[in-house]
Ligand binder design. Structure first.
Ligand code: ADP
Ligand code: MG
Length: 601
């Protein structure tokens, strides 16, 4: 007797439907994604009774011809998947050809669709996945799909649905995920025939502001960061808009909504000290990343996504947000005119604020031990130019490890810089009275630190910019020096030098943009000395070269007015390691009252 049987098609579709169609919101998500994939620029959504009696979605996309329209409700019917490789790309929303079949299996579906080429459209009716009627109709280009009586044939699932209000909330979420990710498309949402959203085609900022409601545009500030691994852009709520409840918090990757408690933590950490405890900032953060670097979300309803470079993205996110908070004067500790410059929640006003302890690595560190599962560099990093020689990997890894190991304890707990602390400029130093005495900042070293941090951050992303010299500089080399230069030519190139060695002559054709021209030779001289030290790794050399270069740059720097002072202090405290210069010299010191007393005895 035969035991094994094939499941009837409609049954297997129902089973599959259980995965795809969990609730009305899943239908909305799938249909909206299809409309977007079909190139729609206008999408109308209408919902009745939490989606259980009607979900109607109309778009002005490509539409379907008769054959496709009949086919699209079949299992694994898709126009988007032509090879298995495509499964590993996330460019289009749907890619499995499963959504419509699943929806069709558990609802009564009516569809009208028309392509641009065809003079007439076609209207189809499906029930439980079977085609009931098919007729020619007159309609506009695009597709209208009406999903009626969801789960009409599966009472168990129907009973499982929550109240209409809750189901509608989920629908609204799904709608917003798509609307936020596609501001160039206009979206309308009606519930019980009442308009709820009417979003015109626009840009990210306007779309977000519209969704936030009145005054929305004033509540947010932008973030932006581009690296070879990931690009980040988006908008976050200013600190004062943080709420006790989690409101609008969205991550998107390649315009696909996802949840991540890990990245959420990065955002929350960036706001640490700026918003009251147990409150949540709003955020709309978009990541753009090579689809191959994402663990493809093969499960249609899952919103978690795995990233290859998770730790890297975490620190980049954190430092990008921190930077923007600083840039838009949203960090109380660094603003010197707090009274007028911006409005803080009252709990922050007139409070002594300690210098920010930013536990961010602005030199993000993709090379820490656990950063990547395997030890290989991402191709993006390799292209960035500094891991050019494959066997240098470990050395580079350590180089960035050095950045990380710096002491993190707050060494001057009493160093309370008040919001209105005034620094005076006296020769080499900036001096400000603080509670325990006087705070002294060594200007040149501070500048070295700032430049160094910036340059390293740039250097990680790409080689330093070269400034070609109008008149190449010639420099005679010793035999020993020739050898040294030759063996470090690649590294020097990445640091912004354009050098050529002709016999015993070093021809300096280009130098790092940041280096003043008259400092080029002196800088190379001291580089030679550095290179001569035995047993140095590449990263030691890069490290000290960078320190050397910023020294030369800082040398010519003159601080003159108040706003420059303010900027310098601000930038210094944004550096994670703001107490010692890259050459390990003290930047900050405190002259204590006790010491002064001693001194004046
Ligand atoms: P997938 O989106 O994974 O391809 P679906 O079951 O969601 O699978 O859709 C099946 C196919 O039906 C799509 O590949 C597309 O060709 C077509 N289709 C679905 N919705 C639309 C629409 N709104 N406009 C045009 N074509 C559509
Ligand atoms: Mg689809």
């Amino acid at each position: 007797m035969q035991v094994i049987q094939r499941l009837p098609i409609h049954l297997s579709n129902q089973i599959a439907a259980g995965e795809v169609v969990q609730r009305p919101a899943s239908v909305v998500k799938e249909l909206l994604e299809n409309s977007i994939d079909a190139g729609a620029t206008e999408i109308f959504v209408s919902i009745r009774d939490g989606g259980r009696t009607l979900i109607s979605i109309m778009d002005n996309g490509t539409g379907m011809n008769e054959k496709d329209a009949v086919m699209c409700f079949e299992r694994h019917a898709t126009s988007k998947l032509s090879s298995i490789d495509d499964l590993f790309r996330l460019d289009t929303m749907g890619f499995r050809g499963e959504a419509l079949a699943s929806i069709g299996a558990v609802a009564q579906v009516e569809m009208k669709t028309k392509t641009a080429e065809s003079p007439t459209g076609i209207q189809l009716r499906f029930e439980g996945g079977s085609l009931i009627t098919k007729e020619e109709v007159v309609c506009a280009k695009g597709t209208l799909i009406e999903v009626k009586n969801l789960f009409y044939n599966i009472p168990a699932r129907r009973n499982f649905l929550k109240s209409d209000a809750i189901e509608f909330n989920h629908i609204e979420d799904a709608f917003l995920y798509l609307a936020l990710a596609h501001p160039e498309v206009s979206f309308t949402l009606h519930n019980q025939q009442q308009p709820l959203y009417n979003l015109d085609a626009s840009n990210f900022k306007r779309r977000i502001s519209e969704i936030l409601g009145k005054g929305g545009a004033d509540k947010i500030f932008p973030i932006e960061s581009e690296t070879d691994i990931v690009n980040i852009h988006g908008f976050l709520g200013k600190p004062e808009t943080a709420k006790k409840t989690r409101g609008h918090q969205y991550f998107f990757v390649n315009r696909r909504y996802f949840k991540s408690s890990y990245f959420h933590h990065a955002v929350q950490t960036a706001f640490e000290g700026l918003i009251p405890e147990k409150t949540y900032p709003i955020y709309f953060i978009f990541l753009e990343i090579n689809p191959e670097k994402i663990d493809v979300n093969i499960h249609p309803t899952k919103t978690e996504i795995k990233f290859d470079e998770e730790r890297f993205i975490y620190s980049l996110l954190l430092s990008t947000i921190r930077q923007s908070l600083g840039k838009f004067n949203l960090m109380p500790s660094l603003d010197f005119e707090v009274e007028t410059a911006f409005d803080l929640p009252s709990s922050f006003r007139n409070q002594p604020v300690s210098p920010p302890t930013i536990h961010v690595d602005p030199h993000f560190n993709p090379f820490t031990k656990n950063a990547t599962k395997d030890k290989s560099f991402s191709p993006a990093i390799q292209q960035a130019g500094f891991g050019m020689n494959a066997n240098l990997e470990n050395q580079w890894k350590e180089f960035y490890e050095i950045q990380k190991e710096l002491p993190k304890e707050q060494p001057f707990p009493e160093m309370n810089i008040h919001a209105n602390t005034e620094f005076i400029h006296s020769g080499k130093y900036l001096i400000a009275p603080i509670r325990s005495g006087f705070l002294i900042i060594h200007v040149k070293r501070a500048l070295e630190r700032i430049l160094y941090d910036q340059s390293i951050a740039n250097f990680i992303k790409q080689p330093l910019n070269v400034q070609m010299l109008l008149f190449p500089i010639e420099k005679k080399l010793e035999l020993q020096e020739i050898r040294l230069f030759k063996s470090h030519l690649k590294l020097l190139e990445q640091l912004g030098f354009n050098l050529e060695i002709i016999e015993s002559m070093l021809l300096i054709k280009g130098a790092p943009e940041m280096l003043p021209e008259d400092a080029v030779v002196a800088c190379l001289d001291s580089l030679i000395q550095k290179l001569e030290v035995q047993d140095q790794t590449q990263e030691d050399i890069a490290h000290s070269m960078m320190a050397e270069m910023v020294k030369s740059t800082a040398k010519n720097y003159q601080i003159s007015n108040k706003s420059e002072i303010q900027q310098l202090v601000e930038q210094l405290f944004q550096c994670r390691e703001h107490e010692v210069s890259p050459s390990q010299q003290k930047i900050i010191s405190i002259l204590r009252h006790e010491d002064l007393n001693q001194f004046l005895l």
